[in-house]
Design a protein around this ligand. Structure first.
Ligand SMILES: CC(=O)N[C@H]1[C@@H](OP(=O)(O)OP(=O)(O)OC[C@H]2O[C@@H](n3ccc(=O)[nH]c3=O)[C@H](O)[C@@H]2O)O[C@H](CO)[C@@H](O)[C@@H]1O[C@H](C)C(=O)N[C@@H](C)C(=O)N[C@H](CCC(=O)O)C(=O)O
Ligand SMILES: Nc1ncnc2c1ncn2[C@@H]1O[C@H](COP(=O)(O)OP(=O)(O)OP(=O)(O)O)[C@@H](O)[C@H]1O
Ligand SMILES: N[C@H](CCC[C@H](N)C(=O)O)C(=O)O
Ligand SMILES: [Mg+2]
Length: 487
């Protein structure tokens, strides 16, 4: 039990009604999770306004209500706390409730359209290699050392973040590496965190459905940098023109990484093959297991972060060359003479990067067959662009379902098809069923060919009309390619 007024420390209050010394058993923002003596925080969401569940929360046992508008019927046995912004209050209250765990470890938050999971996973693996106890919050999984805690979001809600950080501190973690999605930043999920360093990987087309415009999307990312204290570091990609935008009016120490423009942490790509990357970093030639130029950026973000956290350059590079990166990112599966690559590319930029990487490591003669879909209930404007990119950089393309969610799969596929140039129609086909699409790609592939299975990476399900059916690209690729004989 915690005392309400302690949990409200540093929260901007508009008014209060009732006992502020009241004990709080738990903090929740979802009426469905209310139990006796919980404090219910009413948040205005994208679907509904949490204020409409205040009565239900009280009926279920909540004795404290935190809200922006006080309800008409004030009950005597309930404490009401009126705040300016419930999401902001929730972040600060969650931090207080779990006793500010982020002040007790070094927390690095990574934002950007692509490369967040790759970067935080590399950081996690690197710091484990260097002998630290480490936490990870990522799209693929959350981790406390070797313990895996399933992830539901790229960035969890404020209460889950603080609760996970608290567990990390209890388990002796000295560092935590987390992804900060633009949704999370805008919704205040990262409020209340003491951040040691923030990293910006890049920004390109995504989530325009949610943010409304590219400018708003940039502003969302920038908010992470705006709140950094002077003692923190802000490490941005010098080769992305929005890197400098992130640093405008940012109080933290400005740091840059990159491959082209002058940067504090810079590398030169010496070789880039299907086996890995050779980079020159401060006149040291190092080999890494990651593939593609985009991974050279991720590696430089990781190198810079580790050095800014006080690690020795030499040691960082040596240990970094051992790590293997995140699941479902450029996962190579070679069976029956065919190489399939399962990759989470789900934005135009990521798809183009992965296809250019494949093109760059081709030895000649082999054809590239790309299988791609776009998620339902998400940014529609990227659909035709992604299909166009797929056809531009591949010999054959199968447009197929990703997670259709509540949309008609065929409608998504038609929107994708609209981006294909008529001259590319003959190399493009539509196969709605993703399993059938993978099978067809396998049948079409000749020995030596490369199949890119893009969009779902590590995901182990396919979401169709509210149901998550088991579906793992990596398993299906293995199963179906094993049935083929290309020898
Ligand atoms: C669009 C979006 O981001 N929605 C997130 C948001 O929910 P919301 O605002 O839609 O909530 P709502 O349904 O309108 O409800 C409003 C409030 O009423 C409460 N409520 C609701 C119903 C009820 O019976 N009782 C009740 O108290 C809810 O708990 C909530 O507090 O806040 C919730 C709690 O934090 C999130 O779980 C939810 O994520 C949804 C499920 C989601 O799919 N989000 C995706 C888009 C997302 O966040 N993705 C990013 C990654 C994006 C990237 O790739 O960069 C991520 O960080 O995962
Ligand atoms: N630095 C990068 N620049 C561009 N593309 C990248 C970069 N790193 C990875 N990618 C591509 O983007 C895909 C997604 O990478 P990753 O999962 O690391 O991004 P993310 O930012 O975590 O995505 P999400 O927003 O879904 O959490 C990868 O599968 C790869 O195709
Ligand atoms: N974090 C991304 C995941 C997209 C993955 C793709 N497989 C899809 O379902 O659209 C998003 O929320 O847009
Ligand atoms: Mg991610």
């Amino acid at each position: 039990m915690k005392v309400l007024k302690d949990i409200l420390y540093k929260v901007s209050l508009v008014s209060t009604v009732g006992d502020m010394e009241r004990e709080v058993s738990e903090l929740v923002f979802d009426s469905r999770k209310v139990t006796l003596h919980t404090a219910f925080v009413a948040v205005k969401g994208t679907q509904v306004d949490g204020h409409q569940f205040i009565q239900t929360a009280i009926e279920k046992g909540a004795t404290t209500i935190v809200c922006e508008q006080l309800p008409d019927n004030i009950l005597e046995h309930i404490t009401y706390v009126q705040v300016l912004d419930s999401s902001v209050a929730l972040g600060i209250m969650a931090a207080n409730y779990f006793e500010n765990p982020s002040e007790r470890l070094k927390l690095v938050a990574v934002t950007g359209t692509n490369g967040k999971t790759s970067t935080v996973t590399l950081l996690f693996q690197l710091f484990v290699e260097m002998g630290y106890q480490v936490g990870l919050l990522s799209t693929v999984e959350n981790k406390i050392n070797e313990e895996v805690i399933p992830s539901t979001h790229t960035t969890p809600d404020a209460i889950s973040i603080q609760s996970l950080l608290r567990k990390m501190v209890e388990k002796g973690c000295t560092h935590c590496f987390m992804e900060a999605s633009s949704h999370a930043i805008v919704q205040g999920r990262t409020i209340g965190l003491t951040i040691t360093g923030a990293v910006f990987t890049n920004i390109s087309h995504d989530h325009l459905d949610y943010h409304g415009s590219f400018d708003e999307y940039i502003k969302a990312k920038k908010r992470l940098f705006d709140i950094l204290p002077k003692s923190a570091f802000a490490l941005v990609n010098a080769d992305d023109k929005r890197g400098m935008v992130m640093l405008q009016n940012c109080k933290a120490a400005h740091q840059t990484f990159g491959l082209r423009y002058p940067a504090d942490f810079k590398a030169k790509v010496l070789s880039n093959t299907i086996e890995g990357l050779e980079l020159d970093v401060n006149n040291r030639q190092i080999w890494f297991r990651m593939i593609g130029e985009f991974n050279a950026y991720n590696l430089m973000a990781v190198f810079g972060t580790a050095v800014l956290l006080g690690e020795e350059e030499e040691e960082v590079l040596m240990q970094l060359s051992k790590v293997k990166g995140a699941q479902g990112r450029f996962d190579k599966i070679s069976i029956a003479g065919v190489t399939a690559i399962v990759d989470y590319a789900h934005t135009p930029d990521a798809l183009e990067n992965v296809l250019k990487t494949i093109d760059g490591v081709r030895t000649g003669g082999e054809q590239v067959i790309t299988l791609i879909g776009c998620g339902g209930n998400r940014d529609k404007t990227k659909r035709p662009i992604m299909a166009k990119i797929a056809t531009q950089f591949s010999d054959k393309v199968i447009l197929t379902s990703d997670n259709p969610r509540d949309e008609e799969p065929m409608a998504i596929l038609r929107e994708m098809e609209a981006g294909v140039n008529p001259v590319d129609f003959k190399k493009t086909m539509i196969i709605e069923d993703r399993r059938e699409a993978i099978k067809t790609a396998g049948i079409m592939a000749k020995k030596g060919d490369i199949i890119l299975v893009a969009g779902k990476g590590h995901e182990t399900y396919q979401e169709i009309k509210g149901v998550k059916y088991p579906f793992d690209d990596r398993e299906i690729v293995r199963e179906l390619l094993n049935l083929l004989n290309k020898e």
